[in-house]
Design a protein around this ligand. Structure first.
Ligand code: SAH
Ligand code: SF4
Ligand code: F3S
Length: 464
């Protein structure tokens, strides 16, 4: 086999990330792999020899934004012919060599499971070739790589616990860009969390497309518990058990997780949340639609009633639990009545906040192949606006009711609006803003809420 000598020593890398938290976490893995090969990741684009854009394909507008960015980078390349530009992540995986052909300035295309190969790919570019690797893996979890934290506030960090997704929701590109679901070993996860704690971090968020289906049995692609051998079952660790292990690292370390899938979240996870004070009472539980026919067409594998019963169960066991949601408006064939069901869901479930989108057809997905994208653009937009309006009204009312209450808040950094104020979040993941006084980043404080908006709570510290 031809071997390429690695020639990356001394280079400077700038990484720009788009998309979900998992992509941002992956960029930190990339920075770590590059550091092992003598490449420093810097914050200043102008001084970089290498620019990596870690991309997202989830909706068409996400890809358009990245294409604009790539076009703008042409300008940099004119000024610096030695500049190497790499496209990483989901768009790299989806478009493969099409990206090298369309965006002629791109030198490297690297899919999400190929980051260990980046030094080799860079060396191929040094040798005057374009380089691509988009092979998806059944095993890769970058388990032992301690990520290099980028743009970190030094207080909160993401920790990937699994990769890929096996769910095949018909609208979604992720199973195609991220490959099969596989879980990372609990030892490596707990090790990373312990290291973060030792470095002074105060909060970790465990990440996966569907954290509730986390199952470690010794490595390899996802299997269901009942398909495991007796020995594998014996040593297996599910999400509730993993959550407990992470919570035990330190009572001072807050633990969050995302995303929970309504079909998989278990009572055991809720019981574990109740047992540990430091596991935040907050669940991101995307519904996508409030109508059972649409949910079936989306292949979400639950009904509206099932979703409602999950929300009810969470509220029964953890009454003050923050719950947030994702909604897609105007999915294929959605009628006005079915859209009304989503509005009804928003009114009744009273989410603290939601991420809301209109449906964007993604090439290659089941929906793109089987269903017509037949809800007109202006109808999609109007329906989305109606969903957002209700969500905003709910959030405003819920935040108003929080005025006068006191919350334990972890100080994460400066408020975006004023350098006199701190920003932190309460247990329910709601943003709190308050005067800095003598308090420090990374401290837990008790904040009494005086005012509120749709998105945040404003108050002052009342530590005794
Ligand atoms: N694994 C998570 C979702 C990850 S993608 C889950 O199952 O809930 C994040 C969100 O993007 C999804 O929840 C969905 O609301 C939205 N999304 C995904 N594909 C989309 C598409 N084709 N058009 C519009 N929104 C989409
Ligand atoms: Fe996409 Fe569904 Fe997997 Fe979420 S669970 S990443 S929406 S396929
Ligand atoms: Fe986007 Fe890929 Fe995440 S498509 S949302 S970056 S998994």
């Amino acid at each position: 086999m031809e071997t390429t000598e690695v020639k990356t020593e001394g280079k400077k890398l700038f990484i720009e990330s788009y998309g979900c938290a998992m992509n941002f976490a992956d960029s930190e893995v990339v920075a770590s792999i590059m550091a092992q090969n003598g490449v420093e990741t810097i914050q200043n684009e102008e001084d970089a020899d290498i620019i990596f854009i870690n991309t997202c394909s989830i909706r068409d507008n996400a890809e358009q934004k990245i294409r604009h960015r790539l076009k703008a980078l042409r300008h940099n390349k004119k000024h610096n012919r030695d500049l190497t530009i790499g496209v990483l992540g989901c768009m790299a995986e989806r478009l493969k060599k099409q990206l090298l052909e369309e965006e002629k300035l791109v030198d490297i295309v690297a899919g999400p499971d190929t980051y260990r190969e980046l030094p080799i790919l860079l060396s191929e570019v040094e040798d005057g070739r374009k380089a691509m690797n988009v092979i998806l893996s059944l095993e890769e979890t970058y388990a032992e790589i301690q990520p290099t934290r980028l743009n970190s506030n030094g207080v909160t960090a993401f920790v990937s616990i699994m990769r890929g997704c096996d769910n095949m929701c018909t609208f979604c590109v992720v199973p195609f860009t991220r490959g099969r679901e596989r879980s990372r070993s609990p030892e490596s996860i707990v090790g990373e969390v312990q290291e973060l704690h030792a470095q002074g971090y105060k909060e970790v968020t465990l990440l996966g497309q569907n954290v509730d289906s986390y199952l470690w049995y010794g490595g390899g692609p996802k299997k269901n518990f009942d398909k495991l051998s007796a020995e594998e079952q014996e040593q297996s660790v599910n999400f509730a058990q993993l959550l407990e292990k992470v919570a035990q690292v330190s009572p001072e370390l807050r633990v969050r997780f995302s995303t929970s899938h309504p079909k998989d979240i278990t009572d055991d996870v809720l019981f574990t949340m109740m047992k540990y004070e430091n596991i935040c009472n907050y669940i991101h539980l995307p519904a996508q639609s409030g109508n059972s026919r649409i949910l079936e067409k989306m292949n979400r594998t639950y009904t509206r009633e099932w979703y409602d019963s999950k929300v009810a169960r969470i509220r029964e066991l953890i009454p003050d639990c923050g719950i947030s949601c994702d909604i897609i408006s105007g999915f294929c064939s959605e009628t006005e009545e079915e859209h009304e069901d989503t509005l009804d869901l928003m009114r009744n479930s009273e989410f603290d906040f939601s991420y809301m989108y209109f449906y964007s057809e993604r090439p290659g997905t089941l929906a793109a192949r089987k269903f017509e994208d037949d809800v007109p653009y202006d109808v999609k937009k109007r329906r989305l606006a109606e969903v957002i309006e209700i969500q905003n009204a709910v959030a405003k009312r819920k935040n108003k009711a929080r005025e006068g209450k006191r919350y334990k808040v972890l100080i994460e950094g400066e408020s975006k609006k004023s350098d006199q104020d701190w920003m932190g979040r309460n247990d329910q993941n709601i943003v709190c803003i308050f005067p800095k006084e003598h308090y420090q980043k990374g401290e837990y404080v008790t904040v009494e809420i005086e005012r509120s908006t749709t998105t945040s709570l404003i108050g002052r510290v009342v530590n005794d």
